[in-house]
Design a protein around this ligand. Sequence first.
Ligand code: UD1
Length: 353
Amino acid sequence: MHILHVVGARPNLMKVAPVLSALRQYPKIKQTLIHTGQHYDTNMSDVFFQQLEIPAPDINMGVGSGSHARQTADIMAGFEPIVLERKPDIVLVYGDVNSTVAAALVCSKLQIKVGHVEAGLRSFDRSMPEEINRLVTDQLADLLFTPSADGDQNLAREGIPAGKIFRVGNVMIDSLVRLLPVAMEKKPGGLPDRYILVTLHRPANVDDDRTLKTILGYLLDLNSQVKVVFPVHPRTRKRIADFGIDVSQLNLLEPLPYIEFLSLQRHATAVVTDSGGIQEETTYLNVPCLTLRSNTERPITVTLGTNILVGSDGGTLRAGLSKILEGKPKQGKVPPLWDGRAGQRIAEVLNQL
Ligand code: UD1
């Protein structure tokens, strides 16, 4: 059997690593890795390949940035001849980025089986580009690997037959479990005992001048109480420059490699973010997380984990943070099947096909 994996953006990489590694135990399975090149900066891609020990991709399509239509179309046009030439039996796509939906569309038209890793997540907010990618990819996929029971329920409601759905757990947590001991040895130097780790890149938060200014204002405010550590996504960096926002009072860092970022998360007093994956990682690490969104496609991080949705309201953010600084953070539990073995479960399903 020939399995072809497609990755494109940073959050795909921690998801593909455990699946590639688990499938290597089955000598009859041949694997191919395609990088669309949606993310291309070294610190958004190459360093993750090294740290997560992902083999170099068989092909890097180098599509780069563009509008949603342009980027999705470029991935589709570039990926179709690769699939026709390589003739995989199954194509695995990961998460909810433009590369995920583009590859799924190409394969379903060519009648090649698609497996979606991290299926079934829903924010119920169609203004998020990722929600469109999730909905379409799940309708097209033949095998849907979900991280939690809410994913199964969402898919059932959308008419996906139960026989296609496999609840395997959270592959992103597999990478975390594997590399946490290494991250623990790399305790960040030069930081106070208490600090808030921030990430910000959602279009809804960074693409509008006023919204971005308001959020950065909150962060400046926070910084006067407790140090803010903020590795900045290239999209956000670009918007800050475009809008001419003065950030000289904030300590902005370049995007960090996986292990360094994991170490910063593990030791943080709290994390303030609009990322999806970080809501999950903080839940696993039992670190308080305040999410700058009014919804989440990962509700289990709120119902069971340490995550609180603070929306875009500065008052709610401040109140959430005060509780944490007073030593009364929300207590959480690790969700079922977030145990470091999700990749193994996916490999078992694929091997039995
Ligand atoms: C993408 C995903 C998002 C994911 C995020 C993680 C989609 C729709 N969005 O968002 O779900 O959470 O990745 O990082 O697929 N850029 C660079 N260098 C890079 C990559 C991007 O400079 O290596 C800049 C470019 O200005 C680009 C912008 O970031 O135009 C946006 O990149 P894009 O891949 O379109 O979306 P992300 O915001 O990274």
